[in-house]
Design a protein around this ligand. Sequence first.
Ligand code: FES
Length: 118
Amino acid sequence: MNWHHLCAAAKLSEGEPLGFRVGERRVALYKFGDDIFATDDVCSHAFALLSTGFLEGHVIECPLHGAMFDVRDGKCRSSAYKDIAAFKVEIRDGEVYVQLDGGAALEAAGESSAGVKL
Ligand code: FES
């Protein structure tokens, strides 16, 4: 399993996505109450950072052309664009870790959500 440390959980604010670069990959974190979710930060349509988009409920809207993705599972909810990856999240000692090879694993396991509770 390939876990990557991103930040302290206390750094996340309700309704304010936060983007991270992990090697070549970009990851966005989203906090809803005690739940934290992680997805690809780059839109599946073109290069736009979803963490700079508009969050309404659990749906993030791409700031460039408006594609909408559910941050709980990465599914595209608005158009014919491809889904984005959603990653497993763990909190250890108040620090947020994501499993970046978890997108495919989530699908294989039939899991509907990658989030974690604080
Ligand atoms: S770049 Fe996101 S919808 Fe076009």
